[in-house]
Ligand binder design. Structure first.
Ligand SMILES: C[S@@+](CC[C@H](N)C(=O)[O-])C[C@H]1O[C@@H](n2cnc3c(N)ncnc32)[C@H](O)[C@@H]1O
Length: 241
């Protein structure tokens, strides 16, 4: 086992999954590993009550108009697919999309949604070099903030806040417990060598809750909440434009 690194300072290293030319079989295994991690850490449980409240509040007068949600850097798409299942179960009129810079991930996510029997529209977009699409009410993102350096993170948070009414960012928190959990957990959940490397690297590159709040403030968010959640994660909430 690697020695526990010094986590007082954030140390971002490029993750293998973001490298162009990643072997498709490795990429598929890594996306499947993330799906298991997401299942274990139930990110949708943290965001769902807020999505439901938003829906209730904004569609009281016209329930026929859907609430439009975009999941940014969606990877294998399991986060929006799970939201689509919840929406169907609870009868919420949600129109859900997901975007990712990787064409491979978009195809993987599209097939996953089809197999899961839900409608989610996936499309390719590099959210650092291309503008976010318009017309969405809610923007979500899971396990992506830690991929970004500070100016990129501030830029994306500002763009997401401008694009929608409610922004929900779920991510790892940099901590010793989080690093140990990522190191051991990913080895228990998957045999993906890419995920074995990227898991602990993600925690080393992750923001603390205070750092995330500061990023949001620099991005011009006014009413920000940073909510700690199990396991070693936080949910960053921006609303009320
Ligand atoms: C750790 S994965 C997280 C995937 C998914 N959100 C999840 O929770 O499982 C990060 C994803 O960000 C995508 N990504 C990295 N840089 C991006 C960019 N500039 N624009 C859009 N997607 C990006 C990668 O292709 C990858 O699928």
């Amino acid at each position: 086992m690697r020695l526990l690194p010094d986590l007082r300072e954030r140390r971002r290293s490029p993750e293998l999954m973001d490298q162009p030319g990643l072997d498709p079989a490795e990429h598929r295994r890594a996306l499947d590993a993330l799906r298991r991690v997401n299942w274990f850490s139930v990110g949708t449980r943290a965001v769902w009550p807020r999505i439901r409240s938003y829906h209730r509040e904004h569609r009281r007068d016209d329930p026929s108009r859907p609430i439009r949600l975009l999941d940014v850097a969606t990877g294998g798409g399991d986060f929006p697919v799970r939201l689509a299942r919840l929406a169907r179960r609870e009868g919420l009129n949600l129109e859900i999309s997901g975007c990712d810079m990787s064409e491979f991930a978009v195809e993987h996510a599209t097939q996953y949604a089809r197999r899961s029997g839900v409608e989610v529209n996936f499309f390719a977009r590099d959210v650092l070099t291309q503008p976010l699409p318009e017309g969405f009410d809610i923007l979500t993102s899971s396990l992506f903030l830690h991929h970004l350096d500070e100016p990129e993170a501030i830029g994306l948070l500002a763009a997401m806040r401008t694009a929608g009414d409610l922004v929900l960012i779920d991510d790892l928190e940099r901590s010793r417990a989080g690093w140990v959990l990522a190191y051991a957990g990913i080895r228990l959940l998957s045999r993906s060598s890419v995920a074995h490397v990227d898991g602990p690297l993600s925690v080393e590159g992750a923001y603390t809750r205070d750092e995330a709040r500061e990023l949001a403030s620099k991005a011009g968010w006014t009413r920000t909440q940073v909510i700690p959640r199990w396991p070693c994660r936080f949910l960053l909430v921006g609303e009320d434009r």
